[in-house]
Design a protein around this ligand. Sequence first.
Ligand SMILES: [Zn+2]
Length: 324
Amino acid sequence: MEPKFVVSLDVGGTKQLAAVVNSESGVRVRLKKQTTAGHSHEAFSRALVELTNEVISLAEIKPEQVAAVAVGIPGSVNMETGVIGLAPNLGLKNYRVREHLKDLLPYPVLVENDVNLAAAGELAFGAAISKKNALVVFVGTGIGSGLIIDGKIYRGSGWVAGEIGHIKVAEKGPKCGCGQVGCFEAVASRTAIVRDISELVKSGKPSTLKSKIEKNKEIKSKVLMKALNSGDKVTIGVFESACKTIGRVLAGVNNLMNFETIILGGGVMEANETFMLPRIVSAFKKYSLDDAAKSVEVVGTDLRDDAAIYGGIALTEEFLGVKV
Ligand SMILES: [Zn+2]
């Protein structure tokens, strides 16, 4: 029998990653594309269908070898109905995405929150293997998390569990994509970091990022890494403040949950782990209950960009009972 594969789509706020994967041979092919913001529901699904067909053709596998298409969405997703509740960074709300995709694709479609998918990947193949209780946090365009409790992804009573990015950290903080103000992700995501650096530079603070900001160029995680490495004071200051907030929020969540492991990933985190991780850990320890801090390790992701891709394998087994 020919081997089966999962097509995993990780739809981020800025980029979409598609891959054909199975547990036997790992990632067969991967494809990365920019996410076009502000599209309609229909255009969003059409883009996913195109991406799926393209990656299947690149992998040179037959349609009957596709066990499922697993889609990770940055927002709340009801896995039973396949409805996206709210994905603020994609501009999607109350969208029956699975129903729509089912009409357009001849494969079973699974839709899941992107960081839950990454957590499922880390649990089956990465830094959370054999862990009973873990938190996976991804810092990127927004901040999301996946909760592993008793060795399983915990999705909550209304499929919203893990929305760590919308914990309020400031009474009168910046506006968040969810409509409220002062959310964790509006204060400490890459988007927030870039916004804060830009404001400081525009107010006259010297920075190596000045010309990029003046020309309105996109500031990616790797550009931030260069600014940090060059000792840019504005960038360092903003990052230090973001790391403090991240450490403080993680300490609060861990005081409540008492995890074994906290795994940190996401674009900005992965590009700047050497700078960010020790500062996050230091703030984490400062704001934690001693015993809660002692029993947990705070580490970087094992699978990095591929965490959600591998999560597609775990999801296919959990929801379709198919080992891939
Ligand atoms: Zn929010």
